[in-house]
Design a protein around this ligand. Structure first.
Ligand code: GAL
Length: 682
């Protein structure tokens, strides 16, 4: 049991030591149980090479522990100190343009550099040895937000050599690499692995197979950089200590699926106003990241950083409305968070993040934010204590694949098409109907789901087709979409037959031609006429004709080979040919959506799937809520908690009657306050 419900990211080294007892006292009064510290404190912990100083941190941990607050320590490998950079400038990362990114921010490190790795190993060993018996320390965070700031860095000589070694291991011989990358094109054949470069800036477009492997390599490199640290920590600290990492939702520089193999659980950092937004992320945009993170370990997670006030670096975004900060915290819990840690305890006086405000303002005097968060903590702590480890019960899943995302990053195929945008579009339709969704991997056991949506299964192989076919034959409803089966795994085009390649038999269709629509919309109509009564306009072209049912971005021109049409195009030279199809196979059905559906079409498709499979919102609760109010649930040992979240700035009436006991939040006369929430006993 971890059972720490709320915490703060704390930087004691930014403040005079005399202030620390006051901070700890205020934290205790607020109800905080945990802090995260030290993830950027390398210089404080090793001011000169080989001279470690952990005593200041011992004192901080001790002061906090006396107030009942435990500590998670971050390893500082995202911020090597200036003395190290001066001595070993090659530690700094080099961009695709060949330019070195220097000291003065953070993440100015190359993760493959052997000299840097030695320093990291020594620091992590020293930290683990020093803190292993400290009763105030309960866990570790490796580095900070892997992938943040690094993007496609680093392409230095050390990374080049590491890439070459990684390729030699993957392909065995350079001839295999030449085949896998299609290097016959533009005379790109290699005679030896030592000739291969990272995808540096070239005069014109790079080889898509090379770039895909670079992205795979880069993700593996980060996992390896992290593993060096987790291995050391695990070999030294007591086994009760946990190891985690603060992930960034759908960021895809590193595969969180791979990274999580070395972690006990994952965390997410939640900033709905980001660097400067004038409106918060939409509820479905918050939900999609939370559900995405829950899918990484298929377990409850932590929020290691949550926005507590106004945020921004050089410019700031709007102030969260009263109630919004607590609502985000409850939203996280509603999607599976066991602990919420607020960023940061106190707004900083110096450095880049002076305007990224914390629970306390610059003055350190508790104000409205402190009070509001205090009310939340008091209200939610008892219910969260009971709920720890509970999970939502989910019958619909969306497949999320890092590799598909990378492939679309490299070649979006058509203007405006984006892998994550597509995932989110499907998710949004489920979210609006309060149907809970899991994110799963391509090769996961899908048998527990009534519906599985696998958007843009672009890179494919016969094993994936067989896996999906098995799911369908056993009674599942699988939805594949445009651009399925276009390529084999190395990013070379599929040549064994017409599209959708390995999925043709499963879907009962072929696609011999397509129309990359870009920003153009083509109306569609339901074959049965059942969708003719929708009263909506298309979110892309704003046309109301056809009830807003449109195909956008892409149109596959489908030939039926056993499947039935569900929607047909209602325009263009391919008028009357199918845009959406369904193929019955065994006990289940394989659906194909040959376009990006407009919101209205998406809603129609999701309605059909929900009806077909009996997938609804929170199972068994029959709660009805108005638009803008979200309903989710978590369950454990036969107990169920239902969350009702008002994401709007208006009071909302619900139909929740005396059937449910309200455990926390407020529901007066069945009404939720603006940004109000209620947790009910299910
Ligand atoms: C996060 C990061 C924190 C802090 C915060 C505000 O991405 O993990 O260290 O920088 O953003 O910018």
């Amino acid at each position: 049991m971890k059972n720490y419900q709320f915490g703060a990211d704390y930087y004691p080294e930014h403040w005079p030591e005399q202030r620390w007892p006051m901070d700890a006292k205020l934290m205790k009064e607020l109800g905080l149980k945990v802090v995260r510290m030290a993830e950027f404190s390398w210089h404080k912990m090793e001011p000169e090479e080989g001279h470690y100083d952990f005593e200041w941190l011992d004192r901080a941990i001790d002061i906090l522990r006396k107030e009942g607050i435990v500590s998670v320590l971050g390893t500082p490998s995202a911020a090597p100190p200036a003395w190290m950079i001066r001595k070993h400038p090659k530690i700094q990362p080099v961009g695709p343009d060949g330019i070195t990114r220097g000291f003065g921010g953070r993440h100015h490190d190359c993760q493959s550099n052997p000299v840097y790795r030695e320093y990291v190993k020594k620091m992590v060993t020293a930290m683990a040895e020093h803190f292993k018996d400290n009763p105030g320390v309960v866990g570790w965070q490796i580095d900070n937000e892997f992938g943040n700031s690094h993007y496609d860095l680093c392409m230095c000589d050390s990374c080049k050599t590491s890439f070459q070694k990684w390729l030699a291991k993957r392909y065995g011989s350079v001839d295999e690499l030449n085949k896998a990358w299609g290097t016959y094109f533009w005379s790109q054949e290699y005679n030896d692995f030592s000739e291969v470069y990272p995808p540096v800036k070239t005069p014109c477009g790079a080889n898509p197979s090379q770039v895909l492997d670079w992205k795979r390599f880069h993700s593996d490199l980060i996992c390896d950089f992290s593993k060096v640290q987790t291995d050391i920590i695990r070999s030294i600290v007591p086994k009760e200590h946990f190891i985690t990492h603060n992930c960034m939702g759908f960021s895809d520089i590193v595969s969180y699926y791979d990274l999580s193999k070395q972690l006990d659980f994952v965390c997410h950092d939640l900033y709905p106003f980001g660097y400067w937004r004038d409106h918060s992320l939409e509820p479905f945009e918050i939900g999609v990241e939370l559900d995405g993170i829950r899918g990484v370990c298929k377990a409850p997670f932590w929020i290691m950083e949550q926005q507590s006030s106004v945020t921004g670096w050089e410019i700031m975004g709007r102030k969260p409305a009263p109630g919004q900060v607590p609502l985000w915290a409850v939203d996280s819990v509603a999607h599976g968070a066991d602990t919420v840690v607020f960023f940061r305890w106190r707004s900083c006086l110096g450095g880049t993040e002076q305007y990224w405000h914390g629970i306390l303002p610059h003055s350190g005097i508790p104000g409205k934010t402190y009070e509001e968060i205090g009310r939340l903590i008091k209200d939610m702590t008892p219910v969260m204590k009971d709920m720890e480890g509970a999970m939502p019960v989910v019958k619909a899943a969306i497949v999320r694949s890092y590799e598909q995302g990378w492939a679309f990053d490299i070649q979006p195929n058509v203007q405006g098409l984006n892998y994550y945008g597509q995932l989110i579009k499907y998710y949004k339709a489920f979210h609006h109907k309060n149907i809970p969704v899991d994110f799963v991997r391509e090769d996961d056991d899908l048998s527990g789901y009534k519906v599985v949506i696998a958007p843009l299964q672009y890179l494919a192989d016969p094993d994936l087709a067989a896996h999906y076919e098995k799911y369908v034959k056993q009674g599942g409803n699988l939805v594949l979409t445009m651009r399925a089966g276009v390529k084999e795994r190395n990013n070379l085009c599929y040549a064994e037959g017409p599209l959708p390649g390995v999925f043709s038999g499963l879907l009962g269709i072929t696609v011999e031609e397509y129309d990359p629509l870009g920003s153009v919309c083509v109306p569609v109509k339901s074959v049965s006429g059942s969708e003719d009564n929708r009263d909506a306009s298309c979110d892309t072209c704003s046309k109301t004709a056809g009830n807003g049912l449109c195909a956008s971005k892409w149109a596959d021109i489908i030939t039926l080979k056993g499947a039935e049409p569900v929607f047909d195009y209602d325009g263009e030279s391919y008028e009357e040919t199918p845009a959406v199809t369904v193929n019955s196979l065994g006990e289940g059905k394989a659906w194909y959506v040959g376009c990006e559906p407009s919101e209205s079409l998406m809603e129609a498709i999701v309605d059909m799937l929900a009806k077909e499979t009996g997938t609804g919102s929170v199972e068994g609760s029959d709660i009805k809520v108005p638009a803008g109010v979200e309903v989710t649930s978590r369950e454990k040992n036969g107990k169920k908690w239902i969350f009702i979240l008002n994401h709007t700035d208006e009071e909302k009436k619900t139909d929740i009657s005396d059937r449910f006991r309200v455990l926390s939040g407020a529901l007066k006369d069945n009404k939720l306050q603006p940004y109000g929430y209620a947790v009910l006993e299910g």
